[in-house]
Design a protein around this ligand. Structure first.
Ligand code: KIV
Length: 288
């Protein structure tokens, strides 16, 4: 464990289910790097998702689709080093599970073996139930993701609220049941109406329901870290709460650095090291 990380017991699936039983909300955030993982661990965040959103937030792509398994493993390993006790979830990237059950199990296994994950997450409902079942049968906890599923954003018609009509909401509720039956230990509901999230949460028997922009009635909440701190320049989703403008703080620091170098105020004596006179004189002699 890195120095100064507040010791706490490893967060496990039984611990999370115990929280659900007690009616205590679970905290979940995205994270993609070691220093942020270190801070999230210290703040007591229980679950961490290394989301394929890293394609947008960290790698600057316009969507999550170009993200590879190797990208995911690299970032997930860094997060695990910073957050050794968090319940770590690896997000299966585009085409790492859609082609079939065997591909899905192999790639889920990589998250566990190479990055020390506690679970994996994949997008999709009943159509992905066979992947979820096979992954769970392989001994790997699997989390479903319904509602706005960014890997299918083209088919969904953009980043918008899902399940607005009764018929579309019923489909999401049915998908949630199919995933639960397949053995999913948790389901993330992204951007669905609060009352649909409430109904799915109430109907869940042995499955933790988490909300991202789907209201307060789930068993816990997820936010995208970059949205919380003004770190993603392209847009801020309406559902995200900004807890601080780190982007602005960093930008001001960068401008100050730029101005201080140009104005010869940086480096100051405390930012560099001198050399004893006799060594300096000796060096000059050696160089002549
Ligand atoms: O990749 C990700 O961060 C996600 C969230 C949008 C839930 O899947």
């Amino acid at each position: 464990m890195p120095e100064n990380v507040t010791p706490r017991k490893k967060i496990t699936l039984p611990y999370l289910f115990e929280k659900v039983k007690k009616g205590e909300p679970i905290t979940w955030l995205t994270c993609y790097d070691y220093p942020t993982a270190y801070l999230q661990e210290q703040a007591g965040i229980e679950m961490i998702l290394v989301g394929d959103s890293l394609g947008m937030t960290m790698l600057g792509y316009d969507s999550t689709l170009p993200v590879t398994m190797d990208d995911m493993i690299r970032h997930t390993q860094a997060v695990r080093r910073g957050a050794p006790t968090a319940f770590l979830v690896g997000d299966m990237p585009y085409m790492s599970y859609q082609p079939g059950v065997e591909t899905a199990v192999r790639n889920a296994g990589r998250f566990m073996a190479e990055a020390g994950c506690d679970a994996i997450k994949l997008e999709g409902g009943a159509a992905m139930a066979d992947r979820v079942k096979a992954i769970v049968d392989a001994g790997i906890p699997a989390i479903g993701h319904l509602g706005l599923t960014p890997q299918s954003v083209a088919a969904l018609g953009g980043f918008r609220l899902q399940g607005k009509s009764a018929a579309l909401a019923k489909k999401i509720a049915d998908d949630a049941k199919a995933l639960e039956k397949a053995g999913a230990c948790a389901i993330l509901l992204e951007l669905v109406p609060d009352r649909l999230c409430q109904l799915i949460t109430e109907r869940a028997e042995n499955c933790i329901i988490m909300s991202l922009g789907s209201g307060p009635h789930a068993h816990g909440q997820l936010l995208i870290y970059h949205d919380m701190f003004g770190l993603y320049p392209k847009f801020k989703p309406k559902m995200a709460k900004v807890y601080g403008n780190a982007g602005e703080v960093i930008l001001n620091g960068l401008k100050n650095y730029h101005d201080e170098v140009i104005g010869r105020q940086f480096p100051a004596p405390e930012n560099y090291f001198g050399m004893p006179d006799e060594e300096y004189e000796e060096l000059k002699k050696m160089l002549t």
